[in-house]
Ligand binder design. Structure first.
Ligand code: DAH
Length: 339
């Protein structure tokens, strides 16, 4: 009987197929209710006492090998990874799988979405290739408006009406055109500007735009929202609003947070002032609401926009924006989450 087991083990070892039905036949023949192995176990009681140990060992070995074979063949059929080694030594540890990590820009984006998600902001997205209306004109930047120069634009050569969006503010136009207030959205995405690449600027980067439109929305609501946001992300509500200009908001402001002046790096990044600019914001210009078919007599709102690279550089103390796009795993693996 020991010979019979040895012969079957040999059969198991040499069996190979890439046909699903043959694998199944093999499984039934060896491991099925009436298969070889079940029968051999039934025969166990006829084995003499002194042979029982060797017989039992051989039989268990046969069973393990048959099960491993079926598993490997099934995995092969389903496209799963397997190795020849697995056939010989099923106790061998698996191949190490190296895990990837979240990109720091994705981590910061998710964090911002999460913070605003808690106060009811949803998500809205738009195309990266935009038309003039959504990127400029509807946002109160008509043709030849000097403020268009604030953003150096990549146009599609054959059609100056089509461009790579220079900011995610285009999404607020799209959203207002197709949704009635109240509106509370965030739109993260890639934006493009024809700028020289350096440690501080890049021609492709990421922004998040926020938009809130409802009845009786005031600048005080904007300020409170900003306080909530900076506290959640930077751990400080020490902010100041500096009057500024954006064509699509009136009044407009630049938001600075107080960063401190404790280390040499603090002096460098805040240019010795202790204050850091983190985003632009303002009350949506009534003309923009009109352009998007919203009645400014009835509704008002605020908008804000921030650069994700800038946020990530501040939060993780990264000094060169180019690091984000080089895909060096030694860099990328360092980031887990924003505390
Ligand atoms: N679109 C601006 C930019 O790219 C950022 C911005 C500023 C967006 C103020 C806004 C805003 O919604 O209110 O520089």
């Amino acid at each position: 009987m020991i010979e019979r087991i040895a012969a079957l083990r040999e059969n198991v070892a040499t069996f190979s197929t890439s046909a699903a039905d043959e694998v199944e036949q093999f499984r039934i023949a060896f491991l099925g209710k009436k298969g070889h192995i079940t029968q051999l176990f039934a025969d166990f009681r006829h084995v003499s006492n002194e042979d029982k140990k060797a017989y039992g060992q051989q039989l268990n070995q046969l069973k393990t090998e048959a099960q491993a074979k079926v598993k490997v063949l099934q995995e092969q059929l389903s496209g799963g990874a397997t190795t020849k080694v697995a056939l010989g030594d099923i106790t061998r540890p698996g191949q190490p799988i190296s895990l990837g990590a979240m990109h720091p820009i994705s981590i910061v984006r998710d964090k911002v979405l999460d913070v605003f998600g808690r106060i009811g902001y949803g998500l809205s997205s738009g195309p990266e290739v935009e038309d003039d209306w959504h990127n400029f004109t509807a946002l109160n930047l008509p043709e030849h408006h000097p403020a268009r120069d604030m953003q150096d634009t990549f146009f599609v050569q054959t059609n100056p009406d089509i461009m790579l969006r220079t900011h995610t503010s285009s999404v607020q136009v799209r959203h207002m055109e197709s949704n009635d207030p109240p509106i509370r959205i965030l739109s993260p995405g890639r934006v493009f500007r024809n700028e020289a690449i350096s440690a501080r600027s890049h021609c492709v980067f990421h922004q998040i735009e926020g938009l809130y439109i409802d009845r009786n929305v005031s600048f005080a609501d904007l300020k409170q929202t900003l306080l909530y946001f900076t506290k959640a992300i930077f751990g400080t509500a020490d902010i100041r609003l500096r009057p500024s200009y954006f064509p699509f908001t009136e009044p407009s402001a630049e938001v600075d947070i107080y960063w401190g002046l404790e280390t040499e790096a603090d002096y460098r990044i805040t240019k010795g002032t202790g204050w850091l600019e983190i985003m632009g914001c303002g009350m949506v210009d009534p003309q923009v609401l009109i352009n998007c078919n919203i009645d400014p007599q009835e509704y008002s709102g605020f908008a804000f926009g921030m650069g994700l690279e800038r946020m990530a550089m501040l939060l993780y103390q990264i000094e060169d924006i180019r690091m984000f796009y080089e895909n060096d795993v030694r860099f990328l693996k360092q980031f887990t989450s924003v505390s």
